[in-house]
Design a protein around this ligand. Structure first.
Ligand SMILES: Cc1ncc(COP(=O)(O)O)c(C=O)c1O
Length: 374
């Protein structure tokens, strides 16, 4: 085979292209925030909240300072606390479990399936006890989880359903954008997300007025009327600059997600190396491919091959939640969630961002198809 010309470095994610394109538009919006000094909360946050709620088909959205706070406040708004248990997938970013732990409740980890890599609904029931209060489903890598299966369990056992949609702004489940299927949807707008702020930010979507009001108070020192504090609250407000950048980026999100789908389609169709396996895409979801995760038997070898060709994949995530040191006290051991453990040891995230050129995608595919044949 012809040796490929090594291209410039291709990372897993590169934010510079998007931000150079939007430089003028975002700087103009920043000037407006600056001139009106609406730096914390205020009109720019409210404007973004309205547009994001519309985007998610929910009545309300509450802007907060990051996605971890969104999950924390969602747990508090549900009244979850010490002695309670919340079902969480073992295969997710750890912050899905943090909100549960911050309230004093216990995350109960459930394995993922071996093909969709989402929480395995058939393994949830055996983990439900009298203390279980909620299930957090995660739309992981941008692909919706099996909402109907989890909703049925929630109805049967009278549990709350929370969507961790941190990686899934614009992903669909049965044709509808995620964020409105449970009591609350929790989003991260960390810069690297498909919809990422110029700074840290997060948000909670809901159509329940009571949760909405409570979340607004909780993020603002437990206060509705200034300097009157109804409960112990937090300073978790969204900043004006972050909100202004998000309002602009939301206009482009569908196009960016479409481009990611095009790239994912090419990976799915043109990667023909049997040493590379991909996530199964159930018919119920249109993923936004926040990440394009693959698995392979010898990850270090593939990583080395890619690095030698100037491609730098990511690892999402090298340790499943139940085996993280932070959760040693919960007593999980290797073998408890075998599919999540397999993924942690064998996953790699391919380059995935809207600004990848067709030529770069072709190059990544060719390098991967040559793996093991050199
Ligand atoms: C699945 C998931 N949940 C929660 C979070 C937490 O969001 P943030 O980093 O904005 O606190 C993230 C962010 O990486 C995430 O990927």
């Amino acid at each position: 085979m012809e040796v490929l010309a090594v291209q410039e470095k291709i990372p897993c994610l590169d934010l510079s292209g998007q931000h150079q394109q939007l430089r003028r538009e975002i700087f103009e919006a920043f000037e407006k925030v600056y001139d009106t000094t609406a730096f914390s909360g205020g009109s720019f946050v409210e404007e973004f909240e309205r547009s994001f709620a519309t985007f998610c088909n929910t009545e309300f959205a509450v802007g907060v300072n990051n996605g971890t706070s969104a999950l924390h406040l969602a747990m508090l708004a549900l009244g979850i606390g010490a002695g309670d248990e919340v079902i969480v997938p073992a295969n997710t970013f750890i912050a899905t479990a943090w909100g549960v732990s911050y309230t004093g409740a216990t995350p109960v980890f459930v394995d993922c399936t071996s093909d969709t890599w989402q929480i395995d609904a058939s393994k949830i029931e055996e983990k439900i006890t009298n203390n279980t209060k909620a299930i957090i489903g995660v739309h992981l890598y941008g692909q919706a989880f099996d909402v109907d299966a989890l909703s049925i369990l929630c109805q049967k056992y009278n549990l709350f359903l929370i969507e961790d949609a941190a990686q899934a702004q614009g992903a669909t489940y049965k044709g509808k954008h995620v964020g409105g299927f449970g009591q609350m949807g929790c989003f991260s707008f960390y810069p690297g997300k498909n919809l990422g702020a110029c700074g840290e930010a997060g948000g909670i979507t809901t159509s329940d007025l009571v949760y909405y009001k409570h979340l607004q108070s909780l993020r603002n020192h437990g206060s509705v009327v200034r300097y009157y504090h109804d409960e112990i609250g937090f300073n978790m407000r969204m900043g004006g600059l972050e909100a202004a950048s998000l309002t602009i980026k939301l206009k482009y999100l569908s196009d960016w997600n479409k481009r990611r789908r095009e790239i994912a389609d090419r990976y799915q169709q043109e990667l023909i190396n049997p040493q590379i396996r991909m996530q199964t895409q159930p018919a119920w979801t249109e993923s936004i491919y926040h990440l394009f995760v693959i698995t392979t038997d010898d990850r270090s070898k593939l990583m080395q091959h890619l690095n030698e060709h100037n491609i730098f994949p990511g690892l999402h995530y090298p340790v499943p939640c139940h085996l993280q040191k932070a959760y040693t006290h919960l007593g999980y051991k290797e073998g408890d969630c075998p599919n999540a453990e397999y993924l942690a040891a064998h996953c790699l995230s391919l380059p995935m961002y809207a600004e990848l050129t067709d030529e770069q995608v072709t190059y990544v595919i060719e390098v991967l198809n040559r793996y093991g044949h050199a």
